[in-house]
Design a protein around this ligand. Structure first.
Ligand SMILES: NC(=O)c1ccc[n+]([C@@H]2O[C@H](COP(=O)([O-])OP(=O)(O)OC[C@H]3O[C@@H](n4cnc5c(N)ncnc54)[C@H](O)[C@@H]3O)[C@@H](O)[C@H]2O)c1
Length: 360
């Protein structure tokens, strides 16, 4: 093999990521990503943060999520198309890159569809660990699509959730979730409505996909002490909670400038009080103040979670010997002579043409 001139870019494909998660174990991946997110959130001020860049259409959104510290830059490409199942495609698909800040060289390119489910579940459970009532054991899971199993397992592992009540407008999605989670330590019940699922639940996770201002959860369903993990409302015009739920809760967000645009709080006035979750982790602001408070984690997904997940997956891939070298950059010994790579390539093409002509 020819010696590399530039730092290598490691590529972790979707099959590579599946192997990584199978070999490391899903629970270990969720726990590892949660640890990494916590670590990165605790050095919040080291990061150059921006709200993500979104390109909207009638049926969905395509977003770029950049972030950097002094050493590494990351971005994620992600879409959200709730009707994609009609085309046989997932609602959410993603990939992303880690690059060296010092040179700009891309070092790790990875699938992030599976990783997004893992990091979202890790983030949700991390937030609930600080915000839900201690001793919470039951969770209602509204919206039983691609994110569902990952959410359930993260809440089992990080919070000890054992009782799950499921509701989805598509009964087949609930049946799929119940089948996938069978034998994994849950007591499972498929419910006939959101109201039935949330009755008596300590935690409610909403993970529905619909490009509308939905009211999955209304104030009459909310009881004192409940924690609401709302992750399906994540772009303008796409929400899940009735504003009355927000009015009676302490609301926590990831990165406030982005959440004002995309979160449940897009329904609220600009001065509606929220707390950025990193401040709770850092002990600068209180999380839940008493057992009767209603808490909402108004999750939209923030680039720092993907930065953390990319870093975890890169290290894990290296430790397990997974991933392949990707020829992403045209390499040249004289970096100013980019044109030279074409001359070499066209030289060999010319040689091939001569050879082909000789054969005919
Ligand atoms: N906050 C984050 O970080 C984050 C990360 C990933 C995905 N998301 C969002 O989470 C949501 C779920 O993602 P997914 O990949 O599981 O999508 P999915 O399409 O696989 O599943 C969504 C499920 O919601 C159900 N649903 C739609 N309307 C409903 C309603 N009114 N009541 C009950 N169920 C309903 C659908 O039938 C479907 O089964 C999406 O909106 C996605 O954009 C957020």
């Amino acid at each position: 093999m020819q010696a590399r001139l530039y730092p290598s870019t490691v590529y972790l494909s979707a099959p590579g990521m599946i192997r990584l998660v199978q070999r490391k174990g899903l629970s270990a991946c969720i726990a590892g990503v949660a640890d990494r997110i916590e670590r990165e959130f605790l050095r919040w001020n080291d990061f150059d943060k921006t709200a993500r860049v979104a390109s909207h259409s009638d049926v969905g959104v395509i977003e770029l999520m950049p972030i950097a510290d002094a050493e590494q830059f990351a971005f994620k490409y992600v879409n959200g198309h709730p009707a994609n199942h009609l085309h046989g495609l997932p609602t959410v698909m993603a990939f992303g890159v880690l690059a060296d800040v010092r040179t700009g060289a891309p070092r790790f390119l990875s699938e992030l569809t599976l990783t997004t489910a893992i990091r979202t579940a890790a983030m949700s459970a991390l937030a609930a660990r600080e915000l839900a009532r201690p001793g919470s054991r039951s969770m209602a899971l509204i919206g039983n699509g691609a994110q569902g199993e990952f959410q359930a397992l993260a809440f089992r592992d990080l919070l000890g959730i054992r009782e799950l009540r499921l509701f989805d407008t598509d009964l087949a999605a609930s049946a799929k979730l119940a089948a996938n989670l069978g034998g994994q330590g849950f007591q499972l019940r498929i419910c006939a409505s959101t109201a039935e699922a949330v009755r008596g639940a300590d935690i409610v996770t909403t993970a529905t996909a619909d490009k509308t201002n939905a009211t999955i959860l209304t104030p009459d369903m909310v009881v004192p002490g409940m924690h609401i993990n709302a992750l399906g409302g994540d772009c303008p015009g796409k929400t899940e909670l009735h504003r009355g739920v927000l009015e009676r809760a302490a609301v926590f967000v990831e990165f406030e400038p982005q959440s004002r645009i995309e979160g449940e709080i897009q329904q609220m006035p600009a001065d509606f009080a929220v707390t950025e979750f990193w401040e709770v982790l850092a002990g600068r602001r209180p999380g839940r103040v008493d057992a009767s408070e209603v808490t909402v984690f108004d999750s939209v997904g923030f680039a720092l979670e993907d930065f953390a997940a990319l870093a975890f997956m890169r290290e894990t891939a290296e430790a397990l010997g997974l991933g392949e070298i990707l020829d992403l950059m045209p390499e040249t010994a004289d970096p100013k002579n980019l044109f030279g790579v074409l001359r070499i390539a066209s030289g060999s093409e010319a040689a091939r043409d001569v050879m082909m002509a000789a054969l005919h």
